[in-house]
Design a protein around this ligand. Structure first.
Ligand SMILES: [Zn+2]
Ligand SMILES: [Zn+2]
Length: 368
């Protein structure tokens, strides 16, 4: 049956988000209806709401969440009503060449789900009956959401939902970049540029991987303080440092083994690349605007044999990685409680977005 519930909607770029009562269809074949229990407010939600990521509104925001399945569409056999799940905004088909290589985030099917079903129908409608899009094909900043069965991952029901939600984007993106893409070796040196929601998770990923030196770089002192709690051994304030590259090189004995750019700015990618040692690896984890570019000194690419690569969504294989991250949390090795600065009701969503934009939160979480 169709349901009604509150949702956080982007109506116009650069306008505050609105809280609306929406209608959610019954699940179709291979879909599940989930009732959300907690939703993280991620920087990408802000980027969509202000047009930095130019996806046309109106749409229900949200892509980092945890909830329970309340209804199954036809043909769903893997899940049952009551299962606790984390939505995953990159579904993978399991058989394209990228899935076969274990690189699920590059799956050819990804774009299909991202922009909604091809027939143009949407399971979400506003109070006037007009169709609403769903951010990243999931749109989970709401009481109810309709997801394809490939877009949910079942987890241990004992894990608190507000903590588990964070695994669905920020934690996977940050920790995954370290484990899956960089494959940081114990004792190595790492520089992490940007200590926001994702950067903090890169930092804790480096710490869990056994890095020796972890240099956190940010312009905000309170974020650098937080970075130390997550395992940074050194901090650099980019606003005060005259020569960031030189400062990183000094702390890492000539250049970091790995540098992670977690902002999404070409200028900082250049700094990350220059801050790694000969043969080292710079990773772009931040999501840049479409018109942003990077320029590198070409000869240094040859002579220094450095690697520049990206990591998208923690280069995740979500079915394997989500339960593994939850297990790390249960073993008290992965910090999730400490990431949550504040929780909000869904009616306070606009405040949560304002706090995110002002850099007040490691993570703000909407809870029901
Ligand atoms: Zn996100
Ligand atoms: Zn695939």
């Amino acid at each position: 049956m169709a349901r009604k519930g509150k949702a956080v909607v982007c109506r116009d770029w650069k306008k505050p988000v609105t809280i609306e009562e929406i209608q959610v269809d019954s699940p179709r074949a291979n879909q599940v209806l989930i009732q959300l229990e907690a939703i993280g407010v991620c920087h990408s939600d802000l980027s969509v709401s202000n047009g930095t990521m130019p996806i046309p509104p109106p749409m229900v925001l949200g892509h980092e969440a945890c909830g329970r399945i309340v209804e199954l569409g036809e043909g769903v056999t893997e899940y049952q009503v009551g299962d606790k799940v984390i939505p995953c905004w990159i579904p993978s088909c399991g058989h394209c060449r990228f899935c076969a290589e274990g690189r699920a985030v590059l799956c050819d099917d990804w774009a299909k789900s991202f922009f909604g079903p091809k027939d143009g129908t949407r399971p979400l409608k506003d109070a006037a009956g007009n169709m609403l899009g769903a951010m990243s094909g999931v749109g989970v900043m709401a009481e109810y959401a309709i997801l394809h069965e490939d877009n949910v991952i079942k987890i241990d029901p004992e894990v608190p939902s507000d903590k588990a939600a964070l695994v669905g984007c920020g934690v996977m993106t940050g920790v995954g970049a370290v484990f899956n893409r960089a494959r940081v070796k114990p004792g190595s040196s790492c520089a992490v540029i940007g200590a926001g929601g994702v950067g903090l998770n890169v930092i804790q990923g480096c710490a869990i991987a056994g890095a020796g030196i972890i240099v956190a770089v940010d312009m905000a002192e309170h974020k650098l303080e937080l970075a130390k709690q997550f395992g940074a051994t050194h901090t650099l304030n980019a606003g005060k440092e005259e020569n960031l590259v030189k400062a990183v090189k000094k702390l890492t004995g000539g250049g970091a083994d790995y540098a992670f750019e977690c902002i999404g700015l070409g200028k900082m990618v250049e700094q990350a690349f220059r801050a790694v040692r000969k043969g080292g690896t710079a990773l772009v984890v931040g999501v840049a605007r479409g018109d942003d570019t990077t320029s590198l000194k070409t000869a240094s690419i040859t002579f220094e044999e450095k690697t520049l690569t990206g990591s998208y969504y923690g280069s995740a294989r979500p079915r394997e990685d989500f339960p593994r991250l939850i297990a790390l949390y249960q073993a008290k090795k992965l910090k999730l409680d400490e990431l949550i600065t504040r929780t909000y009701s869904i009616d306070e969503a606009a405040q949560a977005f304002a706090d995110l934009e002002a850099g007040r939160n490691a993570r703000g979480v909407l809870v029901f």
